[in-house]
Each structure stands twice: as C-alpha cells, then as structure tokens.
Design a protein. Structure first.
Ligand code: ADP
Length: 397
C-alpha cells in the first residue's frame, strides 16, 4: 500500500511517497517557487539518486501534475500508475477546536479548514489548495488531513485560555492552540518505546527546535502545555519570530514607527528572532559562526534562545510535577551540539545532565545523558511525514 504525503505551502509542495508495507520512503521531493521565476522540482529516490526539473510552474495544479508525472515517469519514476497511490495524507497547520486527530477529508472537513484560515492565513489556504488539487488529480485515492494543532487539543482550559475579556474566546475562538503537534507526539512516543515504558507513565518535555520552534509538556502521552499559542508566533525565540514579548510593546512600536497591523505582524514574524537580534541571519549555523568570530549580538541571540528554552523546561517540569525525559528534535535540536549543551547546562538541580561525548552527535537517535542522569535526555530525529502516512493508513483501514 502506497501513501503520498503532501505538505502544500504558499509557494511550495513538499511530498513523500511511502510504501506502508515496510514504511520505506520510495521518493521524496520538493516543488518550489510556484508562481515565481526560477520554479523547479527536485526529487530524491530511495537509492540516493537525485534529480532536478527546472520549468515554469505557475500554480499548484501544474506543480502537482509535475509531481505525478515525475513519480510515474518511465525512466525516473517509482510507480507504474497513479492508481498505485491508495491515499494521500495532507499536512494541515490549523484545525482550530474542530480536530483533535486526523480525519478523512470530505466537504465538511474542507469547510472547517477554510474557517480556520482566519487563524492561520499563511498556511491553511495553501494546505487547502493542495487538498483540492489532489482530489482532482488523484481522484481514486482517499484524502486525509493531519493537523499540526490536533495533539494539543488535550490542553486544559486554564492552559489554553488567554486572560483577555472572555468574549473574545466566545466570539473569535481566541485561545492557545499550539503547533508542531505531530512532531512532539512522534518523538515522545519514540522515547517511550526506547525506554520500554508505557507513555502513560512518563512525563516528557519535547523541544522541537527548528526555524520555527516550540516546546511541549507531554504528560502521560498527552499535551499538557505547549509554547506556541493562537498562532506560531508565541513562545521561544525563533529564526525570524520574536516569541514571547510584553504585548504592550505592540501598540508602542506601531505608534512610534507608524506601522499598520500587517506591518507590525510582519515585523514580529519575519524580522525578529535570531535575525532581528543579531542582524546577521535567521539560520542558527550562521549565528554560531558569527558568535565564534566575536559578534556580540550573535552571541546574545544564542544566549537568549538557550535561556528561554531553559526557562520553559523549568516551567513545564513544575506544571507536570516532574520530568522523566527531555527530547531535542528538528534542525537545531538534532544538530546544534553547542546549543543543546547551553540549554542543559546548569539544569542538574532537576536531574538533567548531558554527557559531552554522547552529545557530539547530529541527526541520530541518541541518549545524550550519562547513565546516572535521573532524567534521560535524547536527540530524536523527527518524522512528521511518517506520522501523517501512518494516520492515513489507519484511517482508510
Ligand atoms: P523548519 O522545518 O522550521 O524550516 P528545520 O527543522 O529545518 O526548520 O530547522 C532549521 C534550523 O536548523 C536552522 O536554524 C538551521 O541552521 C538549523 N540546522 C540545520 N542543520 C544544522 C546543523 N548541521 N548544525 C546546526 N544547525 C543546523
């Protein structure tokens, strides 16, 4: 049984074709720069063979056609016929309060995804576009949606409610939702398996540290709290996002700089974080290099990032009344050795220790805490596509 996993963005389509017999990836690829100059598709096969097709891709429909043609191509393809794709699993960012798990897509589901676009205007319309294109082009396959926000629907009311007038929750559903749910859930489950324990008996803190970053308290297998909120802007310091700030700063800067709400939103989402603090880059590798060269603001960005992750670890340990395991995942979490050390440094009062030699690892499932550490610390490569594919397979039976 073959499942195609689609992550449709505003100008890109990421895809993976997965053979669910053994969960092997047959092909993975990316269509990027849709609708702008320089559009292209790149694909990698299981044997490591890579290739690129450069051509005009004006919209998602043409982009998806190219994906299908590439997958079924006589020379470079991996399947003979499009009907071999039994189901398509779509990543959808915001499921609001409607979805606490993956679902088979029908008109009602699409309507709800569209409604949630108010809360995720950059993501949900692009996700929906991917769904509609696949419904048309791969019409024999069942379509399934997996939501970034679903895992966090278990958060209790006192955790997800903002201390604003309650009517804004009633009128607009303004509350905390949280994101990266598939990733937090996946790495927490992987760690429970590794520890050979029932996840219901574990208190795990998962740090998904990528360009976008969030941290979750997974208590007994459920999300108790997570750092992102109504949108993916709240919480940690990120590549270009500010994370937590005093909300009074927003009207203050808008007034001083004569900014519109859209401009202020853009500033907080795209000009802040690593980029805004350092003035160097949004990429943690550039920041680490600049800091090593003596750039003080780059060092400040690193220190702020590590400090805030540490602060959340402390807060979530308190929220769960304990911690058994700490997990690092995503681009920075899996690769940034020094940052992991900075974060865990001086958390020994909580029983968190890191072994410098074990921590010298990138992108491999590894226990980086010494054996005597009360809290087990892990690096776990995330695999959101696999979660989507598994959910899709389960749903279509
Ligand atoms: P997203 O999916 O949110 O775009 P990723 O999970 O791909 O983000 O993470 C991107 C971040 O991971 C970047 O800041 C990048 O610098 C960092 N990263 C990726 N590889 C490495 C590496 N080898 N060393 C340090 N940081 C890395």
């Amino acid at each position: 049984m073959k499942v195609l996993v689609i992550n449709s963005g505003s100008s890109s389509i990421k895809y993976q074709l997965i053979n669910m017999e053994d969960e092997s990836v047959l092909a993975l690829g990316l269509v990027e720069r849709i609708g702008i100059e320089g559009s292209r598709l790149e694909q990698e096969l299981a044997n490591g063979e890579e290739f690129e097709i450069k051509k005009d891709i004006p919209d998602h429909s043409i982009g998806m056609e190219l994906v299908i043609n590439t997958l079924t191509d006589e020379d470079k393809g991996v399947i003979g016929d499009i009907n071999e794709i039994v189901a398509v699993g779509h990543r959808v960012v915001h499921g609001g309060e409607y979805f606490d798990k993956s679902v088979i897509i029908d008109n009602d589901v699409k309507k709800k995804i569209e409604e949630c676009a108010k809360l995720a205007p950059l993501h949900n319309p692009a996700n929906l576009m991917g769904i509609e294109v696949c419904e048309r082009l791969i019409s024999n396959a069942k379509q399934v949606a997996t939501f970034d926000s679903a895992f966090h629907q278990s958060m209790p009311q006192e955790v997800y409610t903002y201390a604003l007038p309650y009517e804004f929750y009633e009128k607009y559903r303004v509350r905390r939702y949280g994101f990266h749910g598939t990733s937090h859930q996946f790495v927490a489950q992987e760690v429970a398996k590794k520890l050979d324990k029932d996840i219901k008996d574990l208190k795990i803190i998962t740090c998904h540290l990528g360009n976008g970053a969030s941290i979750t308290a997974v208590d007994g297998g459920e999300s108790l709290d997570t750092s992102m909120g109504l949108t993916p802007l709240e919480g940690l310091v990120m590549g270009t996002r500010c994370g937590d700030i005093d909300p009074a700063i927003v009207p203050f800067i808008m007034e001083k700089e004569d900014l519109s709400p859209e401009e202020m939103d853009y500033l907080m989402n795209n000009k802040s974080g690593f980029l805004g603090i350092s003035g160097v880059s949004s990429d943690s590798r550039d920041i680490e290099d600049a800091a090593a060269d003596g750039n003080e603001r780059a060092q400040l960005a690193i220190d702020m990032f590590a400090y805030r992750v540490k602060k959340y670890i402390g807060a979530y340990t308190a929220a769960m009344n304990g911690i058994d395991a700490l997990v690092f995942t995503a681009g920075i979490g899996e690769n940034a050795i020094g940052l992991r050390e900075d974060i865990c440094n001086s958390l020994d009062f909580l029983g968190i220790k890191v072994d410098v030699q074990r921590n010298d690892v990138r992108g491999k499932f590894t226990q980086i805490s010494p054996d005597e550490s009360r809290v087990k610390v892990f690096v776990v490569p995330t695999n959101e596509e696999l979660v989507i594919a598994r959910d899709t397979k389960d749903l279509i039976g």
